[in-house]
Design a protein around this ligand. Structure first.
Ligand code: C2E
Ligand code: MG
Ligand code: MG
Length: 585
C-alpha cells in the first residue's frame, strides 16, 4: 500500500470528471465553503490523465461520459497502482439499483444522484475526506516511532525493500545499512529511570537527524537517507547512494563521535557511545530482513570488539553466529548427558616440582561438534545462564574425583583441587550454601578446595561477589584471583577481596623474555603478592627460560605446558600407579 499524504480540507484537491460545463460551475460554487480546490476534465481519457498528474484527494465522477461509462473509469482507476487508493464519488442521474451496486463493487466510495443540493454534496465530500484523513493519520502512526518521531521498523523495512529493488535494477546504485546499539543504555535506563532513558533516546535521535539530514517524509518510499528506531536502544540508518562499505565506515565513525559527546539529562550529565554494524547492498541482498539481520550481527561483533566502534559485516561473522546458536541448542541437550568431563592440570612447586594441586578444566565432547573447549562454550553457557547447573556439575565431578584420589592414591594425590567460577555464579545468592553441600556430599573438606575467579568477573558484581567470597572464606575455602595481568590488574582488588592465591596470567609470563622491563614488572608483582601474604602461581609456563626466570624471581608455584598439559584422569592415575611422579606435597 502506498500511503496517502495527510489531508486538510484547505489543501484538499477534488477532480471533477464531467462533460457538462454547468455542473462544473455548480460544483465549484457549492464546494467553495469547504475551501477545497476543484480541477476538472470533460471526459474519461483526460480525467484519468489529470488524476495521474495531480493525484487528487477525491474524484467526482459522472457516470455517463462521452467516451466511457463510470464503471469503465472505475475499473481503469483501480488498475493504476498510483490511483487505486483515491476515493471516487459517482455522480449519476440513473435510478437503477443495479448500476449503483455495480459502482460500489467496482470500488466507488459513495454516489450522488442528480440533481443534488449543495448541502448534500458538501456532506458527502466531507465524509469521504474525513475518512481519508483518518486513514492517513493511522498510516502515519503505524509508521512512526512515537517517542522519537523517527520512522519505525515497518516503514524502515519498506524503504529498505525499495532500496534493495533499486540496487538490483539500477546499475551503479548502492547503499549501506548501519545498525546502531547504544552502549550502556540499559544501565542508564535502570539507574536514572525510564524518563531519563526516554530523554536520552530523543537526544540520540536528534543528533542522528542533525548529522545526517534524512529524508523524513513518511510518505516517501524511494531514495534519501533514513534514520529509524527499531525499538529499545536500537537505531538503523540507511545511507543512500553509497558506492561501497568503506564510505559507510567514515560516516559510522563520525556518528559514534557525535554520540559520545556527553548528554545532559535533567540534572545528570551522562556519557554513552554506540556500537555500529555495517552492511552494504553490494552483497546482493533480496530481503530487507536479511540486511537488517547481518547489520545486527556486525553490530554484535563491534560490541564484542570493545564498544564505541564499528564493524563491517563479513560472511564469517554469520558463520560464527550460526555456530554459536548451534552450541546453544546443543548445550541445552547436553546438560543431562555424560558429554562433559574434566581434565586436570598439575600445579607444582617450582622449587621441588612436587604436586601442589590440580586445576579442573572442563571439556565437552559432542557427538557431532567434536571436542569443544571452554573458551568457546562457557560464554554461551553464561549468556543463557546454563552455566549455573553446569557449574554445579563441575564442582560435583571435581570433588567426587578428588575424594576418590585421596582414598586410592593417598601418597600421590594432590593436596588441593582448583575449580573455576563464572561471573554468573557470582550473582547467585545460593552459591555458597549449594557449593558447600556438594563438597560435603563428596566428602571433601572445604579447605582442600580452591575457587578461582578473574578480576573482570569481580568488577561486574562487586557487592554480591564480595559477600559470596566472604562466605566461602568463612567456611575455609581457598580463593584465587585468576588471570592477573590479563585485564585491568588493579592491585586494590587484591586487598579488597579475601584472596589466598594470585595466579599470574600467561600473557604476562609470555612477555618476560622480551626485556628487562617486563621481568622487573613481574618481579614487582611477585614481591607485592608475597607482601600481601598471597601464594603466587605463574600460569602458562611454556619455555625453560621462563621457568628459570620465575625461579630466579622466587615465584613459588607454577602451571603450564612445560610442566604438564591438562591431563585426562587415566593418564594421571597411570603415573601415580607406576610411581612416575614425585609424591605430592
Ligand atoms: P584458566 O582458568 O586461566 O585456565 C588455564 C587455561 O590455560 C586452560 O585453558 C589451560 O589449558 C591453559 N593453559 C595452561 N597452561 C598453558 C600453557 O602453558 N600455554 C597455553 N597456551 N595455555 C595453557 P582451557 O582449559 O582452555 O580453559 C580456558 C578457560 O576457560 C579457563 O582459564 C577458565 O577461565 C575457563 N574454564 C575452564 N573450565 C572451566 C569451568 O569448569 N568453569 C568455568 N566457569 N570456567 C572454566
Ligand atoms: Mg583458572
Ligand atoms: Mg588463568
Amino acid at each position: 500500500m502506498t500511503m496517502p499524504p495527510p489531508v486538510t480540507d484547505q489543501d484538499a484537491m477534488i477532480l471533477l470528471i464531467d462533460d457538462d460545463p454547468d455542473i462544473l460551475m455548480l460544483v465549484e460554487a457549492m464546494l467553495r465553503p469547504l475551501g477545497v480546490r476543484v480541477v476538472s476534465a470533460p471526459d474519461a481519457t483526460a480525467g484519468i490523465a489529470l488524476a495521474d498528474t495531480t493525484r487528487p484527494d477525491l474524484i467526482l465522477l459522472d457516470h455517463d461520459l462521452p467516451d466511457a461509462t463510470g464503471l469503465e473509469v472505475l475499473a481503469r482507476l483501480q488498475a493504476a497502482p498510483r490511483l487505486a487508493e483515491v476515493p471516487v464519488i459517482v455522480v449519476t442521474g440513473s435510478e437503477r439499483r443495479d448500476v449503483l451496486t455495480a459502482c460500489f463493487s467496482a470500488g466507488a466510495a459513495d454516489y450522488l444522484r442528480k440533481p443534488f443540493f449543495g448541502a448534500e454534496l458538501r456532506a458527502r465530500v466531507q465524509t469521504v475526506l474525513d475518512h481519508r484523513r483518518l486513514v492517513a493519520e493511522l498510516g502515519r502512526a503505524a509508521h512512526v516511532d512515537t517517542l522519537t518521531g523517527l520512522p519505525n521498523r515497518a516503514l524502515l523495512q519498506r524503504r529498505l525493500q525499495g532500496a534493495i529493488e533499486r540496487a538490483r535494477d539500477v546499475d551503479g546504485y548502492g547503499f549501506a545499512v548501519m545498525f546502531l546499539d547504544i552502549d550502556r543504555f540499559k544501565l542508564i535506563n535502570d539507574s536514572l529511570g525510564h524518563d531519563m532513558g526516554d530523554l536520552l533516546l530523543r537526544e540520540i535521535a536528534r543528533r542522528l537527524r542533525a548529522n545526517l539530514r534524512p529524508q523524513d517524509s513518511v510518505g516517501r518510499d524511494v531514495g534519501g537517507t533514513t534514520v529509524a528506531r527499531l525499538g529499545g536502544d536500537e537505531f538503523v540508518v540507511v545511507l543512500d547512494d553509497l558506492p561501497d562499505g568503506a564510505a559507510a565506515s567514515s560516516v559510522a565513525d563520525r556518528l559514534i563521535a557525535v554520540l559520545e559527546e556527553p548528554y545532559q539529562l535533567g540534572q545528570h550529565l551522562v556519557r554513552s557511545s554506540a556500537s555500529v554494524g555495517i552492511v552494504h547492498s553490494d552483497a546482493g541482498y533480496t530481503h530487507a530482513e536479511e540486511m537488517l539481520r547481518d547489520a545486527d550481527i556486525a553490530m554484535y561483533e563491534a560490541k564484542a570488539r570493545g564498544k564505541g566502534c564499528h564493524a563491517r559485516f563479513t560472511p564469517a561473522m554469520r558463520e560464527a553466529v550460526r555456530r554459536r546458536l548451534r552450541i546453544e541448542t546443543a548445550l541445552r541437550d547436553a546438560l543431562g548427558t555424560d558429554q562433559f568431563h574434566l581434565v586436570y592440570q598439575p600445579i607444582v612447586s617450582l622449587e621441588t616440582r612436587r604436586l601442589e594441586g590440580v586445576e579442573a578444566l572442563l571439556r565437552w565432547r559432542h557427538p557431532e561438534l567434536g571436542l569443544l573447549m571452554p573458551g568457546e562454550f562457557i560464554p554461551v553457557a553464561e549468556e543463557t545462564r546454563l552455566i549455573l547447573p553446569l557449574a554445579d556439575r563441575v564442582l560435583q565431578m571435581a570433588c567426587t574425583q578428588f575424594a576418590e584420589w585421596q582414598h586410592r592414591f593417598p601418597r600421590h594425590a594432590p593436596p588441593s583441587i582448583s575449580v573455576n567460577l563464572s561471573r554468573v555464579q557470582l550473582a547467585d545468592p545460593g552459591l555458597v550454601a549449594r557449593s558447600l553441600a556438594i563438597m560435603q556430599q563428596a566428602g571433601v573438606d572445604p579447605s582442600q578446595v580452591q575457587l578461582e575467579v578473574t578480576e573482570s568477573q569481580l568488577m561486574q558484581q562487586r557487592t554480591m561477589a564480595m559477600e559470596l567470597l566472604d562466605g566461602f572464606k568463612h567456611h575455609g575455602v581457598r580463593l584465587a584471583m585468576d588471570d592477573f595481568g590479563a585485564g585491568y590488574s588493579s592491585l586494590s582488588c587484591l586487598q579488597e577481596y579475601p584472596f589466598d592465591v594470585l595466579k599470574i596470567d600467561r600473557a604476562l609470563i609470555e612477555q618476560v623474555n622480551r626485556g628487562r622491563g617486563y621481568a622487573a614488572l613481574l618481579h614487582a608483582v611477585v614481591t607485592l603478592a608475597e607482601n600481601l601474604g598471597l601464594d603466587v602461581v605463574a600460569e602458562g609456563i611454556e619455555r625453560p627460560e621462563q621457568l628459570a626466570l620465575l625461579q630466579g624471581l622466587g615465584c613459588t608455584y607454577g602451571q603450564g605446558f612445560l610442566i604438564d598439559r591438562p591431563l585426562e584422569v587415566a593418564v594421571l592415575e597411570a603415573r601415580w600407579r607406576n610411581a612416575q611422579w614425585p609424591e605430592a606435597a
